[in-house]
Design a protein around this ligand. Structure first.
Ligand code: GCW
Length: 717
């Protein structure tokens, strides 16, 4: 009896910190501020909230502000009455608020366009006020989120002078979601879109999804997979799409769809999808008009054509421009756009796959309609842990190019490994193309400043699914967050973003933040090391891409094998893309071209991307290539273990639910890093014929063992 009582007592007094949290609230937790001095300061500056407009977006902005303040200040902040008081937080536009109009903010608002805002400390009607003002309702909502972020970051708020607007106009998520709710390369459960129950049942998660996206400025979503299904364009589905669009609209999020190029045949009953056939063009026009009748602010189409088996204009000997322009003419009158993907390569084409997109698209520059963007992956192969920037950036002057990043970690450890991707995004955005001389950054191609394009966009392949924590793992939420932040401000540093995310999502305690930021900032480099060091790429297992597969060869096409990319032989390893090899370097501007071409100047991280290097080549470290490769693989393992160790020392700073999941995932990562290192070294050893350096842990299994592992139901395939 006694024992049972004790147990009961113990059960009742579980400390708060250990309560399990599932991560659903993302970075919008608004946990109470515990720093007393700061809290007092905030409470003295904020006494009431004044919401001056009455649109659905205004309602959301007002609710969010109250919710955020209530959470952070742990007190109810009242709404203003007819007379405002000292300490009012006033949100509005010059149209919604006479007080704001009287302030003559127009000079400043002129600079923020239709999405930006100002957050200023001002005197309004003789009262001390914080003004969140914009030209549009959505600008107000973005301003509110910015303001709440300032509070979440613990920054001073008594003299605010924020003026902000997005660097890129369309900041879009690409969902590779299928109508059966599976998600291609998705590691966070199934698709959020519950097609079968739509439009009658609106899952509350649609609203939460929109809110989370709006909080980081994402304003577009492509609902369907680029490996497209024409059924999505039938009335049955358009009604469902419209229901989602209605939920998203007040959050400033536009809906887009993927267009299956052969839809006129599949759902239109035509005998062809030839873009120059008038009946085909007519069909798309009518279909597009129909879509706009359901979704009046429909954003437009995203198209994957003549790539990996998808139909396209080349099936009819037409060009990508013919295909894109036909669709552009259909959406154009409605203000829609076409995002035409440059991810095209052909098995029949003998050219190095890295060169094909450039070869295909550069000659078409100047032939696309004004409402067409070419959507280019960050690198020329495929979302590898590290790739040099795509040579198309800077190479097309007449056509707006948009960036496609992958947020879901198809090639970076999928659902479990910690790989904070912002440093990778940043590396690409900050890369200098030299297209117009020094300082022609990829970021400037994307934000339209380099070639003066008004139409600007960026896409991130979503990592969102039905998992309670949205992204499959807590740290993967940071990649969604970072993508949104960089899409808004392409020059914002990855470290700043990590800091924001940690404070908002995990803890404000400096003793926790420091080590966690360190983990995040080093994580992607660790993945590069234990998977594909020194410029190696595409060595993942076949199909699902889970785990190592440097031995993958044969099968339907050469460019779907690992041996195609690493080219290991008894002499050395690496893909010769120099001027004497495939000459992929020739697609870059000088002096990048010469830098990559020369083995003495190519950055070490791209060595084997561009050069076939002898095993005994002496590296800058003084080691021969083989030994260096072994040390890099091992360095990745050590880094993964270090992250694990750091985390194990951080128990108690956050709730047990999230803590334990992260802990388990880091253990998986450390084990899989060993798996990558050992299997890869054993495999490459069959070519190098050299021993794995003695001071490196030796593999626990044989190469045959690693090669025999099978994962038939690995997710996302
Ligand atoms: O990375 C590859 C993926 C495919 C994907 C393709 C693409 C949607 O393995 O799953 O298909 O790229 O980007 O089109």
């Amino acid at each position: 009896m006694m024992r049972r009582c004790l147990l009961l007592v113990a059960f009742l007094f579980v400390p708060l910190a250990s309560q399990a949290d599932d991560g659903y609230d993302l970075w919008l937790r608004y946990d109470p501020i515990t720093n007393e001095a700061l809290l007092e300061q905030y409470r003295s500056v904020i006494t009431e909230v004044c919401v001056t407009g009455d649109s659905p977006t205004f309602a959301i902005a007002g609710e969010e502000l109250l919710r955020g303040l209530q959470g952070l200040l742990a007190t109810d902040v009242p709404l203003c009455g007819a007379e405002i008081q000292d300490g009012v937080v006033l949100i509005g536009t010059p149209e919604s608020s006479q007080a704001l109009a009287a302030l003559e903010l127009n000079n400043n608002l002129r600079h923020v366009g239709d999405q930006g805002y100002i957050v200023w400390t001002l005197t309004v009607d003789g009262k001390r006020a914080t003004v969140i003002a914009a030209n549009t309702d959505i600008g107000v909502l973005y301003g509110v989120f910015h303001y709440l972020r300032i509070l979440q970051m613990g920054q001073p708020i008594d003299r605010l002078s924020v003026i902000d607007a997005p660097g890129i106009d369309r900041r879009i998520l690409n969902h590779w979601d299928n109508l059966d709710r599976t998600v291609e390369r998705g590691y966070a459960g199934f698709s959020l879109w519950d097609w079968h129950r739509l439009p009658d049942y609106l899952d509350p998660r649609y609203t939460d999804y929109a809110r989370a996206n709006a909080s980081i400025g994402i304003n577009g979503t492509v609902l369907t997979n680029v490996n497209a299904n024409a059924t999505a364009l039938t009335p049955l589905y358009l009604e469902k799409v419209a229901a989602l669009a209605d939920v998203f609209r007040p959050y400033g999020i536009q809906v887009y769809l993927t267009a299956r190029f052969s839809a006129p045949i599949e759902i239109g009953g035509l005998g062809t999808a030839d873009p120059l056939d008038p009946a085909v063009a007519e069909w798309w026009k009518a279909k597009t008009d129909e879509i706009y009748s359901y979704v009046p602010d429909f954003g437009g189409f995203l198209v994957k054509a003549n790539s990996e088996g998808q139909p396209g204009p080349q099936d009819y000997d037409r060009s990508h421009a013919d295909g894109a322009n036909m669709l552009a003419d259909a959406v154009g009158p409605h203000g829609g756009i076409v995002m035409w993907r440059a991810f095209v390569y052909s098995n029949e084409e003998p050219e190095d796959r890295a060169k094909q997109a450039y070869n295909e698209f550069v000659p078409l520059d100047g032939t696309f309609r004004d409402n067409v963007l070419i959507q280019v992956k960050n690198g020329a192969i495929d979302f590898q842990p590290r790739e040099p920037f795509h040579p198309l950036f800077g190479a097309m002057t007449e056509t707006p190019l948009m960036m496609e990043f992958q947020i879901t970690k198809e090639y970076l450890g999928q659902g479990t490994h910690l790989a904070y991707l912002a440093p990778m995004y940043e590396e690409v955005l900050e890369a200098d193309t030299y297209a117009r001389g020094e300082g022609s950054l990829v970021a400037e191609v994307i934000d339209g400043t380099l070639y003066h394009h008004d139409l600007t966009a960026i896409a991130g392949v979503s990592n969102i699914g039905t998992d309670r924590n949205w992204s499959g793992s807590i740290f993967d939420q940071a990649n969604w967050y970072a993508y949104g932040r960089l899409a808004w401000s392409p020059r914002l540093g990855s470290e700043v973003i990590a800091d924001e995310w940690i404070r908002m999502t995990l803890s404000r305690d400096p003793a926790f933040r420091g080590p966690v930021k360190e983990m995040m900032m080093t994580s992607r480099e660790a993945v590069v090391d234990y998977m594909t060091p020194l410029g190696l790429h595409h060595l993942m297992a076949r199909g699902h891409h889970y785990g190592p597969g440097p031995w993958v060869e044969g099968g339907p096409r050469a460019d779907w094998t690992s041996v195609y990319y690493h080219r290991a032989d008894s002499i050395g390893v690496g893909f010769d893309r120099t001027s004497s090899g495939s000459d992929a370097v020739g697609q870059y501007f000088s002096p990048v071209r010469e830098q990559f071409d020369n083995i003495n100047t190519v950055p070490e991280e791209f060595l084997l991307w561009f050069h076939h290097v002898p095993w005994d080549y002496e590296m800058p470290s003084g080691r021969i290539l083989w030994d260096e490769l072994a040390y890099r693989y091992d360095r990745g393992v050590q880094a993964a273990r270090a992250m694990q160790e750091t985390w194990n020392g951080l128990e108690g700073y956050i709730d047990d639910g999230r803590y334990e999941q992260i802990k388990a995932f880091l253990a998986i990562q450390a084990n899989e890093a060993v798996w990558w290192r050992d299997s890869s070294l054993l495999y490459f050893q069959t070519f190098s014929g050299r021993p794995i350096p003695e001071d490196i842990e030796q593999p626990a299994h044989t190469l045959q063992y690693y090669m025999s592992l099978r994962f038939p139901y690995a997710p996302g395939n």
